[in-house]
Structures are given as C-alpha cells and as structure tokens.
Write a protein that binds this ligand. Structure first.
Ligand code: PLP
Length: 489
C-alpha cells in the first residue's frame, strides 16, 4: 500500500484566521498582487479536501487522483470555484436550487431571522417561522394535508412517513394489523434504513439488504425498458395490473404505498405516463392502503407545477418534502399528513400513542425562514406560470439530441430531463459499465464550464428553475457537444 505524505496544513493548531493567506480571508477582492497566492491557496484546499473530507456516493480512490473542484461562491445559475472559474449549475446543487444562488430575498430572510434567533427546539416549544411555514405549506400542498412534521432531509422525511403510516394502523386496528409497504421498482427514497428498505437501486442498497425490511415491489413504468416487456402502444399501463394484483392479494398486510410521483429521479429520470399516478391513487383507496407521495425531488416546481401530484389531481395521505423546500439553502424537510392520521395519535399521555420521533434541528428557524421566502417568491414572481414557456423551450432544445446515435431515450418533465445513452440504439444495449460513459460526459462538461452528474449512463439536466433562456441554451449546447465527443470517439 502506498502511503502519501499528508499535504502541509493550511494553518497550524493555535493559528487564527489572520494567518491564512490573504486570498482565503473573507471579503478579499483578489487584487492582482494576490493572484499567485490565490492559486496557491486553492491548490492547498484541494489537497486538504482529499486528505480530510470523505465525499458522499464517491469512490474516494478515484477522487484522490482526480482534479477536484472546490466551490467558493455562487451567483444565479453559476457556481464559482476557488480559482475563479465559473460553472453553470446543471444539477441545481443536487436538485435543490430553485431561484438561483444568492437570491436577494432569501439571503435577507435568513439574515433577518439570524438577528432574532438561529435555533431553538420544537420539543416542548414553538418557534415563529415554523408556524408561518406550516400554515403556508398546509395551504399550498394538495387538499387535506394540514399537519406538518418537520425534519432535516429527504431521507428523514421518508422515514417519518413510514413510521406514521405504520403507527397509524397499529393504533387504529385491533387485529389484522397492516405492517408492510409496497414500493416501486428502481425507487429511491433516501439512504437511511427505512428509506433504503423501500428503495431498490441495487448499487446503493444491495449490501445492506440483510438489515432491511422486505417491501412488496410493483413495476414502475420505465417505458423505454418496459419491466413487463410490452410496447408502449399496446401496454395499456399493464404495470397497474401488477400493482393491483399485489394489493388484491396482500392489502390486509399493507400499511402504505410509497411512490415518486410523475418522476422517479435517481432511477434515471424515469417519467411515468399520464394517468399512472391517478390510477395508483384510486387503487390505494380501493384497498385501504395509505399513499405516501415522496415529492422530495419533484416538489417546488420541478415538474412544472408546484407539486407533481397536482398534475393528476391527487391528494396523498402523506407527502414528503425536502430538497427544494428551502430553495436549496438549508437542510429542511417536512412530512405533511391529514387530520385523520393525526387523530390516531391522540390519547392520554399514558396510552403512549404520541409520535415519539424528533430530530435535534427539527423546525430550525433559519431553514423555515428560507422556506417562507421561497414560497413568497413563488407567489409574487408567479414562478409556475412564468416557467411554462421555458419548459416548452427546454423540450425543443432536447429534440435535437435525437440526432446523436448514442442517445437511446430522452425523458423530460418540467425542468428535469434525463438523456439515456446506449451503445446500440436498435437493441437498446447499454454501454459496458466500465466505460463510464455517463461519467465521462460529465467530466467533459466540466472542462466546458458546466457541472452535471450522471445516473449511470443517463445524463441528468436539472438546472435551477430560475435559469435564464440563454443559459439553458448554453447548457444543452455543451451537453450535446460532450455526448458527441465522448460517444463518437
Ligand atoms: C434526494 C431524494 C431523497 C433523499 O433526500 P436526502 O435529502 O438526500 O436525504 C428521497 N427521495 C427522493 C425522491 C429524492 O430524490
């Protein structure tokens, strides 16, 4: 085993910020004479990052050998690294960013809240922004969802939804308890044990299977590679028959169904056909199974409506929100449910029907202040309405990709798209995983000033909703060139 000697520390124990290179200090405007030291400081940060930071979803051996980019600031649709290079943010900072970076109104809302208080617990106390936000969320989410339970990220929002659904049935039935869940093929609901149990992306969860609970699995309509080997023209959404068969046989055991409405994101930007969600909803009602809508990725305008459920007029029993909730500013999540479910948790203290769950930062005032500012911007800026022409333009820009022979499928909804690359279009044969085609396209994009992340060989485009038309054109133009270059060589 090779052992690299550690890089020199940026500053030694006992040193203060004053001993940092001038260019690393806050508010430094990097005049010419500091250029060199800025480059030096940047190199040091890159080395320290490799030495100390373990990155998520990352093969660190590869990371240690690659040119790592360290982001220092942002502005609108751009990220700016420690060398001053600018990149279009094609992942909306992992599907979170809504109105762009350093949005004046959100910055101000957080600063104003900071001047009052940054954190206080919701365990035994209320706090001001968490109340206003809950009221606003109850108003804007699908009908019936009025009870807001806060947490910190998508995984915990899902974890809470699963626990609520389970406990609801435990406390409302004497016998025939419903203790299992039905989820969809290829689903992604987070990285904690409960959310992994309902998830099905093998490379993420397979190793943990022995520790996970078993869920029923219904086929998600991945029409390009139909799980039932049908052709879209004559399938009549056959997936739904499989789903109904599971419910028919097992509904007495099933507490809830969890679905990513309209768009299964991490599965590879799989868009579901119109009417699928609506039908899933009717079947869950028919068989007395709760519906959990995981709108962690789809919420807050991503699919072209504030929530994906709206497009099929669906009100789930529980909705999970995170990513876009704070507009991509702070870790904040919410699980929102109905009064009916809430009431199953009411009782005398010693009946122990309470929902014994809560995270330290639950309902964090700064996060809530950011989320309130986010919702105000949606309202005032008529964001959803004004997004519609941009979504049309996006669809048009994606059409062009059909000219590239390696493009097998183009999936698009709202401001999200996935371009699935294949080695043979006729047979839909994927590239060998070792070729890492998706990864190479994204690395090429980086050289051209665009940050994107693939899902396998699906190139994902998820810009901030606020992306300007010219920026969107530039983004798709870069991706087109990168796919062309990587797949045609
Ligand atoms: C990202 C995501 C999650 C997990 O959210 P984290 O904040 O990463 O824990 C859950 N569900 C869906 C649909 C997601 O896209």
């Amino acid at each position: 085993m090779k052992r690299k000697s550690p890089p020199p520390p940026l500053f030694q124990r006992g040193e203060s910020e004053s001993s940092l290179p001038a260019s690393l200090k806050r508010g430094n405007s990097t005049p010419t004479r500091h250029r060199l030291s800025k480059a030096g400081a940047s190199a040091k940060l890159r080395a320290l990052d490799k030495e100390f930071v373990w990155h998520p979803f990352t093969q660190m051996r590869e990371w240690e050998t690659m040119e790592n980019v360290i982001i220092e600031s942002g502005e609108g649709s751009y990220l700016i690294d420690t060398d001053g290079r600018r990149y279009l943010d094609g992942t909306a900072s992992l599907w979170t960013n809504v109105h762009g970076h350093r949005k004046k109104e959100i910055d101000a809302a957080i600063k104003a809240q900071m001047d009052r208080i940054s954190h206080t617990t919701l365990l035994g106390l209320g706090n001001v922004p968490s109340i206003e936000l809950a009221g606003r969320l109850a108003t804007v989410t699908p009908a019936g969802l009025t009870k807001v339970f806060y947490s910190d990220d998508g995984s915990t929002a899902v974890e809470i939804a699963l626990k609520l659904a389970f406990q609801y049935h435990e406390q409302t039935r004497k016998a025939n308890r419903k203790r299992r869940f039905v989820a969809f093929t290829g689903a992604y609901h987070g990285d904690t044990f409960g959310s992994m149990s309902v998830g099905e992306i093998d490379i993420f969860v397979k190793k943990y299977r022995p520790l996970l609970f078993k869920a029923f699995r219904a086929p998600y309509p991945y029409c390009y590679r139909c799980p039932l080997d049908k052709e879209p023209k004559d399938c009549a959404m056959a997936c739904l028959y499989s789903f109904e068969a599971i419910l028919k046989k097992n509904h007495r055991e099933i507490a809830a169904c969890i679905i990513e409405p309209l768009l299964a994101g991490a599965a590879g930007m799989i868009t579901s056909p119109k009417g699928f969600l609506k039908e899933v909803r009717s079947l869950t009602l028919k068989y007395d199974v709760l519906l959990i809508a995981d709108e962690v990725a789809t919420g807050f305008g991503r699919t072209g409506s504030l929530f994906a459920c709206e497009q099929e007029n669906v009100s789930p029993d529980i909705i999970c929100l995170a990513k876009g909730l704070s507009a991509g500013y702070l870790p904040l999540a919410a699980t929102i449910t109905t009064r009916k479910i809430y009431e199953a948790f009411l009782g005398e203290y010693t009946e122990y029907k309470s929902f014994f769950h809560g995270h330290t930062y639950t309902g964090n005032p700064l996060g809530c202040a950011a989320a309130i500012a986010n919702l105000k911007l949606f309202e005032k800026g008529r964001v959803i309405e004004r997004l519609q022409p941009k979504i049309k333009l996006f669809a048009g820009l994606l059409e062009r990709f059909k000219d590239l022979p390696a493009v097998g499928d183009i999936r698009h909804i709202g401001m999200a798209a996935g371009i699935e690359l294949v080695s043979d279009r006729a047979t839909k044969k994927p590239f060998a995983p070792a070729m890492r085609i998706g990864h190479r396209v994204c690395m090429e994009a980086r050289k051209r000033g665009l940050i994107i992340r693939p899902l396998g060989d699906t190139v994902v485009i998820m810009p901030p909703l606020s992306i300007k038309v010219a920026e969107l054109k530039k983004m798709t133009g870069i991706i087109y060139k990168c796919i062309e270059q990587v797949t045609e060589n």
